[in-house]
Write a protein that binds this ligand. Structure first.
Ligand SMILES: Nc1ncnc2c1ncn2[C@@H]1O[C@H](COP(=O)(O)OP(=O)(O)O)[C@@H](O)[C@H]1O
Ligand SMILES: [Mg+2]
Length: 541
């Protein structure tokens, strides 16, 4: 069956084509550009084209793939760099040079690569949908081959496996491949959600100590221009203690993405000592790539993330930035002449966003193992106005907020996380783990917060009376709080200090607080602060 293009308005194209469904994937025009049906009116379908459609004409043919937009899931995704439609960018570059031409749909997985396929199953075994039927080694992980549907195993082709050949045969002569497709807009199933319990160590002292994240949790990072969103996301992508990282560059500058790729190709994973890229999947839809594919890119990426979660792994999904994604949604919605909601965003912004964010979580997988999908999502509110709809919609579903502060960034206090406005609802749960590392973790955290708050109050006083007008005890407090801010909370991503273990984090704060207490006791005993500080300075010479 086929149809024809009847009208074109930017990336929105109407086609005359009966029997389509909302969400169907469509090939548009002689160049076979990929599009998705977004509206139906009788036999006229409105299609959002994901690729540059310059040169497309009225009357050009349209065909349907008879199904929704999908991604291909199988071994070999790790280390991959894809666009928002899961097209491997290195392959596209080989075939069309630096500027991608439309209509290319190379298979995202490498079919020439051989995998050593092992299975604990045997012919006659019954497979449930989503169950593991064998494993191959992919870099540092055991990649589970998951059966997309139930069936009875008739034959297993263990040994050397190439993805074009079936890995097994199910009853009824049905081939079972080492890969399968999955519609990007459907969350992958699991047995049940579990409450997140294990901290996700980011290596950032400020986060791990004050605002911890859990595996399966969601944090949002709102910040104005230049406050360090990209650097923070990329630093966490390097050091987070997870098995797989999926990084989506969504509508941000292309050169930042290029920088990330160069860096990740060279760096090694501090824990497994293997190339960092081997545990990373990158989905790039930079600001110069088509807007409609940007909208689909986060769904493409999150589906790949869920796939690795389903193997019982800990996966971290990072997006930079959701605001650019929401802008794409707004642009598409405006082209469809939908009724605009707040700030021109479509009225379904909130539900689309939470539908996506709710794909995070710790789960018991269909194979009975435990996996987690955590998210850290950057938001770049225009003009740094946090009351705008995207930040607010994210806040409703996130468990942690890392608020980046332009004033801190201006003073080059990085990461510019505002300790008064940020929060983590995971703090209490994380504490159970951290208190095993140091029994006073919670107490020290409270101390640290208190010192920072009292410093704020004292600073106002100091502005009036001057530092000399403060009592020794207050001056000591200001000194300790300053040390906490500058030595402890600041962490330069471009030095050795970029990553801190929880052990070193807690030792660091213990040292700072102990010094404070020692000096405070001496003051109580009648010593003078200036003498004590001079003594300390002489001692350290
Ligand atoms: N953790 C950090 N350590 C050192 N410098 C940082 C850090 N975070 C941000 N910066 C500095 O701030 C600049 C802007 O950061 P960036 O992440 O690009 O901001 P945003 O993505 O919010 O616009 C960086 O180029 C870098 O110089
Ligand atoms: Mg940025």
């Amino acid at each position: 069956m086929s149809g024809k293009v009847t009208s074109i308005s930017g990336a929105t194209v109407c086609v005359d084509f009966p029997d389509l469904k909302i969400g169907d994937r469509i090939s548009v025009g002689v160049n076979r550009l990929t599009g998705e049906v977004v509206r139906l009116d009788g036999s006229v379908a409105t299609v959002q084209v994901f690729e540059e459609n310059r040169g497309l004409g009225i009357g050009e043919p349209v065909t349907t793939a008879k199904g929704p937009l999908t991604v291909h899931l199988g071994p070999g995704l790790l280390g991959g760099i894809f666009d928002g439609l899961q097209r491997p960018l290195p392959l596209l570059q080989e075939s069309s040079g630096d500027f991608i031409t439309g209509g290319q749909n190379p298979f995202p997985l490498d079919c020439t690569r051989s995998w050593d396929f092992r299975s604990a199953h045997k012919a006659g075994d019954k497979l449930l949908a989503g169950e593991t039927f064998g494993k191959v080694r992919e870099g540092h992980i055991q990649h589970h081959l998951l059966s997309p549907h139930a069936g009875i195993l008739e034959q297993l082709n263990t040994g050397e496996l190439q993805l074009e050949h079936p890995a097994a045969i199910l009853e009824g002569n049905q081939p079972l491949h080492g890969w399968h497709s999955w519609p990007v807009r459907n969350a992958r199933p699991y047995r049940r959600k579990l409450p997140p319990t294990t901290p996700l160590i980011t290596g950032q002292r400020c986060l791990d100590f004050l605002f911890p994240l859990l595996k399966g949790g969601v944090a949002i990072v709102p910040g104005g221009f230049g406050t360090g969103k990209t650097v923070l996301e990329q630093t966490i992508a390097k050091f987070a203690d997870v098995d797989v990282v999926v990084y989506v560059g969504c509508g941000e500058r292309g050169n930042e993405m290029a920088g990330l790729l160069d860096e990740f190709a060279e760096l090694e994973d501090p824990r497994s000592k293997r190339p960092l890229m081997e545990r990373t999947i990158i989905v790039a839809n930079t600001s110069n790539m088509p807007v409609a594919a940007r909208e689909s890119s986060i769904f493409t990426a999150v589906t790949m993330a869920e796939y690795y979660r389903d193997m019982g792994l800990d996966v971290l999904f990072l997006a930079d930035s959701l605001s650019r994604w929401a802008e794409a949604l707004r642009e598409i919605s405006a082209a469809l002449e939908e009724m605009p909601g707040e700030d021109g965003y479509p009225t379904y912004l909130g539900s689309r966003l939470s539908g996506f964010i709710e794909r995070a979580g710790a789960v018991e997988t269909l194979s009975g193992t435990q996996g987690s999908l955590s998210m850290i999502l950057a938001v770049s509110p225009p003009g740094g106005d946090f009351s705008e709809p995207v930040t607010q919609a994210c806040l409703r579903v996130a468990g942690a907020l890392y608020m980046l502060d332009s004033q801190l960034a201006h003073r080059r206090h990085f990461p510019a996380i505002n300790w008064n406005q940020s929060f983590s609802l995971y703090s209490d749960t994380a504490m159970a783990h951290f208190s095993e590392l140091h029994e006073e973790w919670a107490k020290l955290q409270a101390r640290c917060r208190d010192l920072l708050q009292r410093e704020d109050a004292l600073r106002e006083v100091a502005e009036v009376v001057g530092m000399e007008g403060l009592q020794d005890g207050d001056r000591l407090l200001m000194r300790t709080a300053e040390k906490i801010r500058l030595d402890f909370l600041c962490q330069n991503s471009f030095t050795e200090d970029a990553y801190a273990t929880p052990q070193s984090t807690i030792e660091h704060i213990v040292t700072l607080v102990a010094e404070h207490d020692r000096l405070a006791t001496a003051l109580d005993d009648g010593a003078l602060l200036d003498d004590l500080l001079k003594e300390a300075a002489d001692a350290s010479l």
